[in-house]
Design a protein around this ligand. Structure first.
Ligand SMILES: NC(=O)c1ccc[n+]([C@@H]2O[C@H](COP(=O)([O-])OP(=O)(O)OC[C@H]3O[C@@H](n4cnc5c(N)ncnc54)[C@H](OP(=O)(O)O)[C@@H]3O)[C@@H](O)[C@H]2O)c1
Length: 192
């Protein structure tokens, strides 16, 4: 794909980093699954970094635009069972935010889109999400489309600010409450 893109002598207008993999798995079931962590990092972090390192000169030619499809979890207190996914999505979010000032001086614009739950095949394996409120993929496409011309730096749901506030303000009580919630869940499943 990079070989093809480098044939575009005029440069590149937009890169949307969307491909991703998620894994919801307790630590107890991950002890022999190191590959879960390497494969989430490979797709959610190393792949977009590798693509962008190669594409930055092409984007610079056109005052281009990078749109990262991220998750609200990257801005919230990490939650159990999602360590592989959250760590890898947060890694790329941090990389892009760190690179952003250097991209800006090359006139490359960056948009980070922090999505809540979206009704796509990604959430199908998680039973609890089947009835949870979720955005439609069409709505997400509209947000990405809008970002293409508004060039806004960040999209996040309006209510996320309360989650971010709670993540900071209640970090200590949540560290006390969350293990108890997990213990209750594991007891109900008969795992403890
Ligand atoms: N769904 C949610 O609730 C949610 C919430 C927040 C953020 N997001 C983010 O939204 C983005 C899109 O996810 P989605 O919900 O649309 O998930 P999805 O339905 O599982 O789609 C995943 C996408 O990633 C591509 N992909 C997977 N492995 C790949 C690989 N090795 N190489 C290239 N492409 C690969 C898939 O392409 P193929 O179809 O060709 O396999 C597919 O287009 C992800 O970055 C995800 O983290 C999703």
């Amino acid at each position: 794909m990079l070989a093809f893109l480098h044939q575009l002598s005029d440069g590149l207008d937009v890169v949307v980093s969307n491909a991703g993999i998620s894994i919801n798995r307790p630590l107890a079931q991950s002890l022999d699954r190191y590959h879960d962590f390497t494969r989430t990092m490979a797709l959610n972090y190393f792949a977009p970094v590798k693509l962008l390192l190669s594409l930055i000169p092409l984007l610079a030619k056109k005052n281009g635009h990078i749109i990262n499809v991220s998750t609200i979890n990257a801005l919230l207190l990490p939650v159990p069972y999602w360590a592989a996914y959250q760590a890898s999505k947060t890694a790329f979010d941090t990389w892009l935010r760190s690179a952003e000032p250097e991209l800006k001086i090359k006139k490359i614009c960056v948009t980070s889109i922090y999505l809540p739950l979206v009704k796509t095949p990604m959430i199908e394996p998680t039973i609890a999400y089947r009835t949870a409120p979720a955005m439609s993929p069409v709505h997400v496409s509209e947000i990405i489309g809008h970002a293409l011309y508004s060039k806004r730096k960040v999209y996040k749901p309006w209510w996320l600010i309360f989650g971010q506030w709670a993540s900071v303000s209640f970090r200590t009580p949540l560290a006390f409450i969350i293990p108890r919630l997990i213990m209750k869940k594991e007891r109900e499943r008969g795992n403890v």
